[in-house]
Design a protein around this ligand. Structure first.
Ligand code: F6R
Length: 606
């Protein structure tokens, strides 16, 4: 998603703006630009593609202004061209925007009727013309911006600077996150604390409906109703975190390899290792009182929820209704008051998940969420959060957040089982011991990647790839297919193995690799008979299993061996080979692994 930054500095800001934009690269983008005040006049430089193009432009046409704004654009309205790249501006005002202005067509028509000339296909340009119109009518800059905000419907985070106003920047937030950072005689704006990390660790987050009047030495925040408000100033830990690739070629590889460590951190947060018991934060409900509950999330986080559904139903005998947040939010779901709604989101900013949360809030649900970013909107709007301790996830394809989400969901499912009397203290200790062994098993999977490199060269030739799994491994098949398609651009689908003969088996021929996740569990024999059907049709089978190749009874093209473990933790272990398969295939394909095309890390639009 788009990233925005703004700086009122004491020295030229162009380089610092570009550096801050680099830290937002992980969100995904297809063009970038900055605008500064050069001797009181607004100037900008923009470029299609990656930030190196913008840097090349700046090298040829440097900027020296001390006040400026910057943007990485993930195209929504209009192609990712330089013309559509932000900042957008007239000679009086320059704006960067993350989000979608839903009523932009009406506003554009109105403004064109008043003589405004539009030069882009973006929704953002209406904001520029609204403000310019207000300035032309004699309003002061802050007043002109505030009046324009009142006309906007939709989601936005905005940073605005004005001609001749060296010491003024306006920030506004409705739906999309925006952080304000405090420096010495300098102020900063950014989509998140990571963008601002080297500039400052003192941050305040705007709430929805807030807009801020920022100078180098002052900050005035007003809420939706126009009342001046104070928002908490916090110390951000983002600056303390090392956001680099370490010895790895890509952030994704680094994050895959961090899993033993971050899963340990996550488990340590919820498990008393001395007693083998689970300790959760205070929750605003009792699992005993629930008849069912709902889970909503998107993408990979949804698949984590899908695994957890099996756990909650099995260990706590608690029915779970799980839905993709973009469907749930419009489904008009009937919910009994005082129920529980659980949300899973790495970023904590996903627009659809947030909308589903707000729907549940209106339906008087208790809201708990599993998030990686504790300062995020979803975290702040929840009654209780179960943080995962994955650390910043920079690769667009989620890896360590997924397994940490599973770890947090696993402890929650055990706690639910205990609270509802379906598992004993001894069962709890057994399951907890299985969780504690996880980092060791995952380290074993990560020890040698040569098998994956060989396999990747073969998979890279395929046009379609199928992933099969049953039970808790069915969501892992879905996750494997998602991971592969998003970073290698090879078409892949995940199926429940038992569903194969109801249609997908028609796809099988010798050109379609079939990756089967089949650890020795209660459904192992069933999965094997499904795979037998594939083998009988000449399918090329790649097994991910803790069993020996000789056990299968037919030729496997490749066996990826995973350690034998407790049935409970198998999906977390099987998740790692599917990540490695996707990663190495993408490397062979030569794609942009960390920032695959068209994708964004933090999906703050619907
Ligand atoms: C896939 C991926 C996405 C996210 C989804 C939800 O690798 O990363 O599918 O899982 O966009 O994002 P969060 O968890 O931030 O709500």
């Amino acid at each position: 998603m788009c990233g925005i930054v703004g700086i009122l500095g004491r020295e030229p800001v162009a380089d610092a703006l570009v550096d801050a934009l680099k830290r937002l690269e992980y969100r995904g983008y297809d063009s970038a630009g900055i605008a500064t005040l050069e001797g009181g006049a607004l100037e900008r430089r923009r470029a299609e593609g990656k930030l190196v193009n913008l840097e090349a432009r700046l090298a040829k046409e440097p900027m020296s202004g001390h006040a400026g704004i910057g943007h990485t654009r993930w195209a929504t309205h209009g192609a990712p061209t330089e013309t559509n790249a932000h900042p957008h501006m007239t000679d009086k005002v320059s704006v960067v925007h993350n989000g979608i202005i839903e009523n932009f067509r009406d506003l554009r028509r109105e403004l064109e009727g008043q003589g405004a000339t539009f030069t882009t296909e973006t929704d953002t340009e209406v904001i520029v013309h609204l403000i310019t119109h207000n300035l032309d009518n004699g309003m002061a800059p802050a007043e002109a911006a505030a009046a324009a905000l009142e006309r906007l419907e939709g989601a936005y985070a905005l940073a605005i600077i004005f001609k001749g106003e060296e010491d003024l920047m306006i920030g506004a937030r409705e739906g999309s996150p925006l952080a304000i950072g405090f420096g010495e005689g300098a102020m900063f704006l950014g989509s998140d604390a990571i963008a601002l990390a080297p500039l400052t660790d003192t941050i305040t987050y705007l709430e929805d409906g807030d807009w801020a009047e920022i100078t180098r030495n002052s900050l005035k925040i007003r809420d939706r109703a126009g009342a001046e408000v104070e928002r908490a100033v916090q110390k951000s830990i983002a600056s303390a975190l090392l956001v680099d690739k370490g010895n790895h070629r890509h952030f994704m590889a680094k994050e895959i390899h961090e899993q033993p460590e971050v899963i340990s951190h996550t488990l340590a947060h919820y498990i008393d290792f001395a007693t083998g018991r689970i300790r959760l934060p205070d929750l605003p409900f009792d699992f005993k009182d629930l008849k069912r509950f709902s889970i909503s999330a998107c993408g990979t986080a949804y698949y984590a929820g899908l695994v957890a559904k099996y756990w909650f139903e099995r260990f706590a005998r608690l029915p779970v209704e799980i839905d993709i947040a973009s469907e749930f939010r419009y489904r008009d779901v009937p919910l009994e008051a005082d129920g529980l709604a659980l949300f899973i989101s790495q970023s904590g900013e996903t627009a659809d998940t947030l909308a589903a949360l707000r729907y549940c809030r209106e339906q008087s649900q208790h809201i708990i969420s599993i998030v990686n970013v504790r300062e995020s909107t979803i975290a702040r709007e929840s009654d209780a959060i179960l943080p995962i301790l994955a650390g910043p996830e920079i690769g667009v394809a989620s890896t360590k957040a997924f397994t940490c989400q599973l770890a947090a969901l696993a402890v929650l499912a055990i706690a639910a089982g205990r609270a509802r009397g379906h598992i004993s203290e001894q069962d709890e200790q057994e399951l907890v011991s299985a969780l504690i062994e996880l980092p060791r098993h995952i380290s074993a999977v990560l020890r040698d990647e040569s098998d994956y490199v060989d396999l990747a060269h073969d998979l890279a030739k395929a046009r379609d790839i199928l992933y099969l799994g049953r039970g808790v491994n069915y969501p892992i098949a879905l996750e494997g297919a998602l991971k592969l398609k998003e970073i290698s651009y090879i078409h892949a689908e995940g199926y429940a193995a038992g569903e194969l003969k109801h249609g997908p088996i028609a796809l099988i021929d010798e050109d379609v690799p079939v990756i089967v996740i089949a650890p020795k569990d209660g459904l192992y024999d069933k999965t094997l008979s499904n795979v037998q059907e594939v083998a009988a049709r000449g399918g090329r089978i790649i097994m991910i299993s803790d069993m020996d190749a000789t056990d299968f009874g037919w030729d496997v093209q490749k066996l990826i061996t995973i350690p034998s473990s407790h049935l409970f933790t198998q999906p977390l272990i099987a998740a790692v080979p599917v990540q490695l398969i996707a990663y190495h295939t993408a490397v062979v394909m030569g794609t942009d692994v960390d920032q695959p095309r068209n994708l964004a890390k933090s999906v703050t639009v619907e």
